[in-house]
Design a protein around this ligand. Structure first.
Ligand SMILES: Nc1cc(-c2ccc3ccn(Cc4ccccc4)c3c2)n[nH]1
Length: 246
């Protein structure tokens, strides 16, 4: 997968060189290019922002540098990337969206700053490439860079070969399938007793069926406690089975 990221803070993406994504880059699974938007400015101050039409606080990112950047990275008439634009007003980012993006050959990320990017940039891009305006949640960041790091990690870990153990993706909470909207249950490793706290006996029993049921019950318990709105969407048979055993 090819990733292009346009930002006025390229240094934000140094973390992409570490851990799983760093390995994915080195093994060629991910081909990541970070571009400084100011490369497409032509004035002495390398200006990327201006005051908002209609008044209001803050500044807005000028359309010209963005138009030139998108044209340079994805020339009209050439191969077409999927443009991802983090924004507080976007559609919620979900595991399903991460899986959808993981199937794309080429993602182009636009990191806004200030009060956002002149809306004509996305309007014009939509005439020649698919565009996703994505929100990470109902909170406000200062720009798109951290959102892009989150999206790149969520998508990158789904790419075959990026994660050491493919099973761990299949067991993800929110992964499609029977555990569709269950939260992760508790996890444990050695030592068997730590500061007087023992690992639940069931996990040391070797009874894989009983362990699987226990894990599901714990996941259900946590989902009901922390995300009642997800629990409400569960198949009633699932909840009944849980309630019968709890
Ligand atoms: N889920 C989510 C996404 C963002 C986000 C993404 C990109 C940008 C670019 C500039 N800002 C700052 C901003 C603050 C308020 C209103 C508009 C823009 C951004 C915020 N915040 N929260």
């Amino acid at each position: 997968m090819k990733l292009d990221i346009v930002t006025i803070f390229p240094e934000y993406f140094a973390p992409l060189d570490v851990s799983l994504l760093g390995k994915a880059r080195r093994t060629g699974l991910l081909d990541v290019h970070v571009h400084d938007l100011r490369r497409w400015t032509h004035d002495r101050h390398r200006t990327v922002d201006d005051t908002p039409y209609g008044g209001g606080p803050g500044m807005v990112m000028k359309p010209e540098p963005w138009g030139e950047a998108l044209d340079a990275i994805a020339p009209p008439g050439g191969p077409v990337p999927r443009l991802i634009v983090p924004t507080p007003s976007g559609r919620p980012f979900t595991q399903a969206k991460a899986a959808e993006l993981a199937a794309e050959p080429w993602l182009l990320f636009a990191c806004g700053r200030y009060e956002g990017i002149d809306s004509r940039v996305v309007d014009e891009a939509r005439t020649r490439m698919p565009v996703d305006e994505i929100s990470l949640g109902d909170f406000v960041l200062a720009g798109g860079e951290v959102a892009v790091l989150v999206i790149v990690e969520a998508v990158g870990r789904l790419l075959p070969g990026v994660l050491g153990n493919a099973d761990s993706v299949a067991d993800d909470s929110f992964a499609p399938g029977a555990m569709e909207s269950l939260l992760e249950g508790p996890v444990y490793t050695k030592p068997p007793v730590w500061r007087g706290r023992a690992v639940p006996d069931i996990l040391l029993s070797g009874h894989h069926g009983a362990i699987a049921r226990w894990r599901r019950d714990e996941a259900l318990r946590r989902t009901v406690r922390n995300r009642p709105e997800l629990a409400a969407r569960l198949d009633p048979a699932t909840l009944d089975a849980h309630d019968r055993r709890v």
